[in-house]
Ligand binder design. Structure first.
Ligand code: 48F
Length: 257
């Protein structure tokens, strides 16, 4: 019967996909723009990469533009990435371009999945696997389980590296520091917390702060700003794209060695 065939198709392919992701090269936590860009370049380089986002629609803070005006701004320095993702763009000031935020977000997601990254939506990463003094994977649960406060244990997924792309709260870096009594590679050894808005230094510093902050754990996007204590920058997204590409390039170089 077609009714059960529909169900069988979904169940069998979904669980094949999930089983195939139990051991990853890279687990990316958070489906914001920096994490999606990272997923795309890593998948394109042949790494086995999965991305987990707690929301139904990954894309993080890119869909809404600024104050729900659904346009974003990107500067010249990041336009090579915009071109890789084939996003339409309009120059309007020296070195600045505007884009439709819905087209931009959906293009990032389309290209990442099309390149071979697996995106698991409605998944919350509630912890990491911490073995031999190293971050070695993620601990995941259904977002509705956590929202309901149900007492249901999570599943474990091994990864050679984990990327914290959780945005302003840098949840994974904060959890690793809090639970394991370790020092992150920051001035204080912990998550310093994002500073108030300054576009120029925020855009530069988010890229500088994109790095491995503990063995096996990288940060990108606003999580990198939050961890290093650098300024937010608002609805200019070049720094997010450059940060995602930087973390991908570092991980690709490391895992290819
Ligand atoms: O915040 P977010 O969009 O990440 P980003 O790549 O980009 C920031 C910009 O959108 C914007 C900005 C640019 O100037 O300031 O804010 O740093 O997306 C983060 C995603 O992570 C998910 C969350 O649902 C969101 O889609 N997320 C956060 N914590 C978890 C998580 C978690 N523990 N498990 C799974 N997903």
């Amino acid at each position: 019967m077609i009714e059960t065939k529909v169900s069988r198709g979904i169940i069998s392919t979904y669980f094949d996909k999930l089983q195939d992701c139990l051991e990853l090269d890279a687990a990316i936590v958070g489906g914001g723009p920096s994490g999606i860009v990272a997923a795309y370049y890593m998948a394109k380089a042949g790494l086995k990469v999965a991305q987990f986002d707690r929301k139904l629609a990954p894309g993080g803070g890119m869909w809404g533009g600024a104050m729900m005006f659904n346009q974003i701004v990107i500067q010249e320095e990041a336009m090579h990435i915009v071109r890789d993702f084939e996003i339409n763009h309009t120059p309007y000031e020296n070195g600045l371009y505007t884009m439709d935020s819905v087209e931009s977000t959906s293009s990032l997601l389309y290209h990442a999945v099309h390149a071979g990254a697996r995106i698991f939506n409605c998944y919350s990463v509630e912890d990491v696997i911490f073995k031999d003094g190293k971050v070695s994977g993620v601990v995941v649960n259904w977002t509705p389980v956590l929202r309901e406060g149900l007492h249901v244990d999570p599943l474990n997924i091994l990864a050679k590296v984990v990327v914290d792309g959780t945005g302003h709260d840098s949840e994974i870096a904060a959890t690793v520091a809090r639970k394991n009594g370790i020092r992150l590679a920051t001035e204080t050894g912990g998550v310093i917390g994002e500073r108030s808005l300054d576009v120029t230094s925020g855009e530069q510093e988010v890229v500088n702060g994109t790095k491995e902050i503990y063995p096996g754990l990288y940060v990108c996007g606003m999580a990198a700003s939050a961890v290093s204590g650098t300024p937010r920058m608002g609805p200019i997204f070049g720094g997010m794209l450059l940060s995602g590409k930087k973390v991908a390039d570092e991980i690709i170089a490391r895992l290819r060695k």
